[in-house]
Design a protein around this ligand. Structure first.
Ligand code: SF4
Ligand code: SF4
Length: 330
């Protein structure tokens, strides 16, 4: 298939959006990448979120997921957001730590009142369960299933053994409930954890084949990025993963920018290893093969630390497509 055909697919296909509706949380996980110590990111204004959701173009959006922080701390706002999406026939989802499952009956009533909320992603792993008991999570799972919503259990693992333990623990819910596990991102509080890392030179098989690029993340000012980890990384004007601001540019421009963004189309096709391969003809390639990281997103954090590497990404974004397509072997 030609490069242009694949780019067209991204231009037309509906994308997922993730809104961080609050950065506050009722617990403090040791691995939380939203916990930046003393630096407090303000929550988006409720009125801004209502405006951004109300003007969403339905045909360009596959799903909206509300994340945080803990979105259920904004329960009444969540009801309003899901109502808007229901009126637009856009599927709504939320990520949560499931703390609201202390009383099963109350949890069922609470979920039933969020009309339009189709899917719930509950975080379950060794870190979350230091604060939320297994019993509370079991109640939350039962409540979600009772209300007929789609349920996905999301965990973060620090080793393949850890991943297997999580899968074993929740196997009894399969196939009614799916589980998905991703590697720890050593950002925020997780930066202080001691985890085994790898290099691309010694263990290339550890590097994942895909990532969450394309789940467009909306920050508290209405800035939209290709994925959550690349939001708020330095100046937006220099960030190759920045697509625009909802109030300043509008959704149509943001979706057009996503459709034209060569990093998005290339990583969707080749996986995050594409970002490393971009540096093959540069003096940084050897460094990228030897730097230790725990996940694919860690590699992107590494790129963002260096203005020169970011400018190489920006040059790729702006370069002539046909010439570069041959050079990159896409
Ligand atoms: S539940 Fe999520 S947002 Fe809250 S502390 Fe844990 S990882 Fe962070
Ligand atoms: S690997 Fe990079 S591009 Fe992919 S989701 Fe992580 S930060 Fe985004």
């Amino acid at each position: 298939m030609k490069q242009t055909d694949k780019t067209c697919e991204v231009e037309k296909r509906p994308l997922k959006l993730v809104f961080g509706i609050t950065y506050k949380c009722n617990i403090k996980c040791r691995h939380c990448c939203a916990d930046n110590g003393d630096i407090q990111v303000p929550d988006p204004l409720h009125t801004d979120l209502l405006r951004w959701l109300n003007c969403l173009p339905r045909e360009r959006v596959e799903m909206v997921c509300f994340g945080g922080g803990e979105p259920f701390l904004k329960y009444h706002d969540l009801i309003e957001y899901c109502k808007i999406l229901k009126e637009k026939s856009i599927s709504a989802a939320t990520l949560t730590n499931g703390f609201w499952g202390k009383n099963k009956e109350h949890a069922v009533n609470m979920l039933q009142k969020i009309d339009g909320l189709k899917s719930i992603f509950i975080s379950v792993d060794q870190f979350h369960q230091e604060s939320i008991s297994d019993e509370v999570i079991e109640n939350s799972i039962d409540a979600v299933l009772k209300t007929g919503k789609y349920l996905l259990l999301k965990s973060t693992h620090i080793s393949s053994e850890d991943k297997k333990n999580q899968q074993r623990k929740y196997a009894k819910y399969f196939p009614r409930v799916m589980t998905v596990s991703s590697r720890l991102m050593t950002a925020g509080a997780a930066g202080a954890l001691s985890v085994e890392k790898f290099t691309l030179k010694n263990n290339p098989e550890q590097f994942g084949k895909d990532c969450t690029i394309g789940d467009l993340f909306v920050n508290h000012t209405g800035g939209v990025y290709l994925c959550c980890p690349t939001a708020n990384q330095g100046k937006d004007s220099l960030n190759p993963f920045y697509l625009g601001n909802i109030d300043e540019d509008g959704w149509d421009t943001i979706f057009q920018n996503a459709g034209k963004n060569r990093i998005l189309s290339s990583v969707l096709k080749r996986g995050p290893i594409f970002l490393v391969d971009l540096f093959k003809e540069t003096p940084y390639y050897d460094e990228l093969l030897n730097v230790e990281f725990y996940s694919e997103c860690d590699m992107c954090y590494h790129l963002f630390k260096d203005e020169d590497k970011v400018s190489i990404l920006n040059k790729y974004l702006k370069s002539n497509m046909n010439t570069k397509t041959e050079t990159m072997g896409i």
